[in-house]
Design a protein around this ligand. Structure first.
Ligand SMILES: Cc1cc2nc3c(=O)[nH]c(=O)nc-3n(C[C@H](O)[C@H](O)[C@H](O)COP(=O)(O)OP(=O)(O)OC[C@H]3O[C@@H](n4cnc5c(N)ncnc54)[C@H](O)[C@@H]3O)c2cc1C
Length: 391
């Protein structure tokens, strides 16, 4: 299987992404995340020029048209230096447009996004909760040739600057659970749409999260994505891809943190020898590196399974994301420990990474929600007289 030997193209992409990550992203991440400003447009332009945006978007719409494994390899490198940057390269927001959007919707948004000229936001979570997404209350009422949207969204990344928002709203109040939810494209400046409070977060300040309000927000029916009531259906395959890749993004951060700390521990001496040479240190490092590699392989495998649209794709991706998120949290804590007091200072990037990685167990599906998906897959497999293993 390809995850055991990456192609020459995938290896070349990894090298190019690593160079960009080291030379451009890493220093800017330190500066921008510290001052709390938005993710810089000039970096988006550079990513566009290097072909690091629209990874999963077909070339016909200006993207790279990569398979999910190739995207995962590239995003591993980008994320290591700056997790926020990878969020622009492959986003949940474009999934429904690709899956069910009209030709006009695709042409209006996708090429501009791939050129780094357009920012999207994905607006699903509401004040009443994110895990139980089927219970959203935002409602879109048909009125002649328009829909009128009313409701509130919480925690929407880049909601304040997005040129177009992918908004989930109920279109039938009496529909069975999970059905009757539709997707609408709402452009910045649409009357009835406004940005509310900013939520102050532990990290990822370059991609801030916002409250969004829809009060009699009128959009033409042409802004509906796909069929009314089938919104969640358009997300499923994409969730598997995004979560598989999320696993790789966690792996990238974990590896980056350990590499950083190991370089330090080779130079730093205690009791007359390099810190890295103590057996107590070496065994712990070996354990963490083993876990990172396990998370890497799981994520690559989930990426391949997602592209093959196998029934176990959601479970595979869930395993990858929740395992890699835990490994990443452990790895960044271990990396700081390896550097002692210096690891805890803001002179090094590890304290920022430590604050950022907690999100990985929460965003794009909490670790609990992912375990529910895995156990659902296992129950089904056993009920069908099969093994609960992948593939
Ligand atoms: C930095 C950041 C960026 C975000 N960006 C976006 C975005 O761009 N768009 C968007 O739509 N949302 C976004 N979110 C929201 C995110 O997706 C939600 O926070 C997440 O889905 C969890 O929802 P919640 O916060 O409402 O927690 P809740 O759903 O209230 O859950 C609280 C806790 O209960 C657990 N729990 C819930 N149900 C169960 C169960 N059945 N069994 C066991 N445990 C359970 C959860 O796992 C969690 O630990 C973002 C959040 C953050 C922090």
């Amino acid at each position: 299987m390809s995850s055991y030997r990456l192609t020459e193209e995938q290896q070349a992409l990894r090298q190019a992404a690593r160079r960009f990550a080291q030379e451009v992203l890493s220093p800017r991440a330190m500066q921008v995340e510290r001052e709390g400003s938005d993710f810089p447009s000039d970096i988006l332009q550079q990513m566009a020029a290097l072909g690091f945006l629209g990874l999963d978007i077909p070339q016909a719409y200006g993207g790279q048209g990569f398979d999910t494994l190739t995207s995962a390899v590239l995003l591993e490198e980008i994320s290591g230096a700056w997790f926020s940057a990878a969020s622009y390269a492959m986003t949940l927001a474009t999934g429904p447009i690709l899956a069910a959007g009209t030709e006009e919707q695709k042409r209006r948004y996708l090429p501009a996004l791939c050129r780094g000229e357009l920012v999207t936001a994905f607006a699903l979570t509401e004040p009443t909760g994110g895990s139980d997404a089927a219970s959203i209350q935002t409602f879109a009422r048909r009125d002649g040739s328009d829909y009128v949207i009313d409701g509130t969204k919480f925690f929407i990344t880049n909601g304040h600057r997005a040129d177009v928002l992918v908004v989930f709203a109920r279109t039938r109040k009496d529909a069975p659970r999970g059905q009757g939810i539709s997707i609408f494209l709402v452009e910045k400046g649409t009357p009835g749409f406004s940005v509310g409070q900013r939520f102050r977060t532990m990290g990822h300040t370059a991609n801030p999260i916002w409250e969004l309000r829809f009060e009699g927000c009128r959009v033409p029916a042409a802004n509906l994505v796909g069929d009314e009531g089938r919104g969640f259906g358009y997300l499923q395959r994409d969730f598997a891809k995004i979560r598989a890749v999320y696993g790789s993004r966690c792996v990238g951060v974990a590896q980056w943190a350990m590499d950083y700390a190991l370089r330090y521990a080779r130079e730093r001496t205690a009791f007359g020898q390099p810190v890295a040479s103590f057996q107590g240190v070496r065994f712990r490092v070996a354990d963490i590196l083993t876990k990172i590699e396990a998370a890497r392989q799981l994520s690559y495998r989930a990426a391949v399974i997602a592209d093959e649209s196998l029934p176990e794709a959601p479970a595979a991706a869930s395993m990858a994301k929740h395992f890699a998120a835990d490994v990443c949290l452990e790895a960044t804590a271990e990396a700081i420990q390896l550097m002692g007091g210096h690891g805890y200072t803001v002179d090094h990037p590890l304290e920022r990474m430590f604050r950022e990685v907690k999100l990985f167990q929460i965003g794009d599906g909490t670790s609990e929600a992912l375990r529910i998906l895995i156990s659902r897959f296992a129950n089904q497999a056993i009920a069908n007289g099969k093994s609960a293993q992948l593939g």
